[in-house]
Design a protein around this ligand. Structure first.
Ligand code: NDP
Length: 308
């Protein structure tokens, strides 16, 4: 059975930053890229707020650079999915690709990220990629001068609605309650944007469309009255689900399923298992905070290994 000192699960900014630090610390990390190599950033377009890129950078380019940087210091980056973990004793046992191989790991850094949520409507799945999207920054470009809707009332929904309003002729913000959960500043931006119409107390019953994609949405208000809106794009911004199904019942998770770590550190409730990035952060969810968190995890991991 293959034995590794440090196994990193996930290949977003947290995972690759952990790999850079861990390889420079000579703990020979092996990183499994997971279902979405490069993570969520590969589905965004331009990143303008990552320090050090004055002209901006695309998510895919940044992730490709991070991979090259990690490999430059000797990180062993592999494609593959971790499908099972046994953290009951050390070394930990980790199954790759449903049993293709099993690895013994002295330490594990979990950086599996989070996944955008969908409403779960059949029509929503039918038109996914044909007008239904959970990423305005990735797909907004295709809806220039068109009409779109955004579902959600949090900061993400408000941010995406204002972003889309700068491209589209009109944006409906579909909010299930009678208030926005977003910060006051974000709410003000929404209310001060002339081409955003907020539909409070509305839920989506169906995404409407034809062979060419989305044409509308059937909504219902909290009094049971139906309403159809004509739209070309239907965006979801209703939060994320942390990718922690592998760790349920094993690691301490919060009510939403995010891994709980010691404040300011990456330590989980199991010694030798560390967490970094969006999988443990429901709040900041930025590439830069995930990268910082990956650095912390690698340093915690290195200290742990040297204490053995
Ligand atoms: P949130 O969990 O804050 O908001 C999710 C929104 O989606 C809520 O309005 C919720 O409604 C709504 N929602 C959830 N499920 C459904 C459903 N089935 N149907 C309709 N509506 C639904 O997620 P965000 O992604 O907006 O934000 C996550 C975190 O990231 C927050 O802490 C936020 O502050 C932070 N963030 C910060 C930003 C910034 O500072 N620039 C930018 C983006 C995010 P309800 O209110 O009724 O529960």
């Amino acid at each position: 059975m293959e034995k590794v000192k440090c196994l990193i699960i996930g290949s977003g900014p947290a995972g690759f930053t952990a790999a850079i630090y861990a390889s420079r610390a000579n703990i020979a990390p092996v990183l499994y890229e997971g279902i979405e190599p490069g993570g969520q950033l590969t589905t965004t377009t331009e990143i303008d707020n990552f320090p050090g890129y004055p002209q901006g950078v695309t998510g895919s380019d940044m992730m490709a650079d991070l991979k090259v940087q990690a490999e430059r210091f000797g990180a062993d980056v592999r494609s593959g999915i971790i499908t099972e973990v046994d953290l009951s004793q050390r070394p930990f046992k980790v199954t790759v690709n449903g049993g293709e191989s099993v690895i013994e790991a002295e330490s594990i850094i979990i950086s599996t990220g989070a996944t955008a949520r969908y409403l779960g409507l059949e029509s929503e799945s039918k038109f996914r990629g044909m007008g239904v999207s959970a990423c305005a920054t990735c797909d907004g470009f295709f809806y220039r001068k068109k009409i779109v809707s955004v579902v959600g009332g949090g900061d993400t929904a408000c941010e995406e609605a204002t972003y889309l309003a700068s491209l589209c002729s009109k944006v409906y913000l579909i909010v299930r309650k009678d208030f926005l959960r977003a910060s006051k500043a974000m709410q003000e931006r929404v209310f001060n944007t002339a081409n955003i119409e907020v539909l409070f107390n509305h839920n989506t019953l169906e995404v409407l469309g034809d062979d060419d994609g989305v044409t509308g949405a059937l909504l219902v208000d909290n009094e049971g009255v139906n309403k159809t809106i004509d739209i070309d794009g239907f965006f979801l911004a209703i939060g994320h689900t942390p990718n922690t199904s592998l760790f349920k019942g094993v690691l301490e998770l919060d009510a939403e399923g995010y891994i709980i770590t010691k404040p300011g550190r990456s330590l989980t409730n199991i010694e030798g298992v560390f967490a970094a990035g969006d999988v443990k952060d429901s709040h900041y969810r930025q590439a830069i905070t995930a990268a910082g968190s990956g650095c912390i995890a690698a340093m915690d991991c290195e200290r742990y290994l040297s204490s053995l």
